[in-house]
Write a new protein. Structure first.
Length: 357
């Protein structure tokens, strides 16, 4: 149970581009927002799946990247000082008798909010796990996933490490362990395990891997992980059926899992609302769901003509912010103001009044 409940005017679930722009639009209405995200940083799908790939369809921006767009949005919302709650997933959501929404995260943080904005995209991104359930017992001390806080290089120095995966993140993890910035943190051995001897990565990374294999700094084993060898307290080895038809046992002190991530709806599906193909139906005048006080914006929602574009999510977040004001500040008259000319908005944004042309 949470020790105390955070009283909020608005809570946004999801710190991807649409969630961040939701914070901006709420800020223009003088509403302070709390933001919850399962990842340890902002950016959502943009940062997790294509941080450095070009994006060409952001209005007024000929080209940017997932990383660049996230950085720009964080700059844009900085004046509003939104409080971020990273590495947490919302576990339960309950609508209270007074119309507010109560939610609790898996980290024990509890909120009561006048309006809840779900900008969770296609779901929370969670690491894909190896097909060996027994490894779960060793997570957090011998088996490590992306974003784990328990993986300083010092913990792996002089250790025998297996890296599972074949994409850029797996290759970089293996190379970093084999050639760390300081020799003191070098692993005793690094073995890269992938289902086949074919890897996906940037050309420079693939070239580094080839050199590391040639020098013996990294061993590659191609095959399917089938089991493990362990005592009650310690993981000792993994078993792999190789592409050559052999079963090998790979001794290890630590396993670094880099098998990618997958989006999961998780508890969102059990919040008492109707879903259509894992999406939340909304009304398009304010993007409120069928549950009063809960709005859905971005890829998580569905309505006639829906298009899963960042641009569309920005539009949805704008109308959701206006629509939610009837719940957040029913006594306040909402007036459309323009950032070009409004002294009040200039004050909120921390910019000087601009001269009219």
């Amino acid at each position: 149970m949470a020790a105390s409940v955070i009283e909020a005017d608005a809570v946004v679930i999801g710190a991807g581009p649409v969630g961040l722009f939701q914070v901006f639009q709420l800020g223009l209405q003088e509403v302070h927002a709390h933001v919850i995200d399962a990842l340890p940083y902002a950016g959502g799908q943009c940062m997790e799946l294509y941080p450095d790939k070009p994006i060409y369809d952001i209005p007024g921006t000929p080209v940017t990247t997932g990383r660049g767009l996230t950085h720009s949005l964080l700059q844009q919302i900085a004046p509003f000082s939104a409080q971020m709650h990273f590495s947490q997933r919302v576990a339960t959501v309950t609508r209270l008798e007074d119309g507010r929404v109560h939610l609790v995260t898996d980290g024990g943080t509890a909120f009561t909010t006048k309006a809840l904005f779900v900008a969770a995209g296609v779901g929370a991104f969670v690491p894909r796990k190896p097909p060996v359930p027994e490894l779960a017992a060793f997570e957090g001390h011998q088996v490590h996933y992306p974003h784990d806080a328990d993986l300083p290089h010092a913990a792996l120095q002089h250790a025998h490490v297996l890296v599972l995966g074949g994409d850029e993140s797996a290759l970089l993890a293996a190379l970093d362990l084999a050639h760390p910035h300081t020799n003191d943190h070098r692993a005793a051995s690094v073995t890269l395990v992938h289902r086949r001897d074919l890897f996906a990565g940037e050309p420079a990374t693939l070239k580094r891997l080839e050199a590391a294999r040639a020098s013996g700094a990294i061993r590659v084993v191609a095959g399917q992980l089938t089991g493990c060898v362990a005592t009650e307290s310690r993981l000792q080895a993994l078993r792999v059926d190789t592409t050559e038809g052999e079963t090998v046992t790979l001794a290890c002190d630590h396993v670094v899992v880099r098998l990618g991530v997958s989006p999961q709806m998780g508890p969102i599906a059990d919040w008492g609302w109707r879903l259509e193909r894992k999406q939340v139906p909304v009304r398009t005048e304010d993007f409120q769901s069928e549950v009063p006080g809960i709005f859905a914006v971005g890829d998580i929602n569905v309505y006639p003509g829906k298009r899963k574009l960042i641009l569309c999510g920005f539009h949805e977040a704008t109308l959701a912010a206006f629509g939610a004001m009837a719940l957040i500040s029913p006594e306040k008259k909402v007036v459309l103001q323009y950032t070009t000319t409004s002294p009040r908005l200039h004050q909120l944004l921390g910019v000087g009044t601009q001269e009219k042309r």
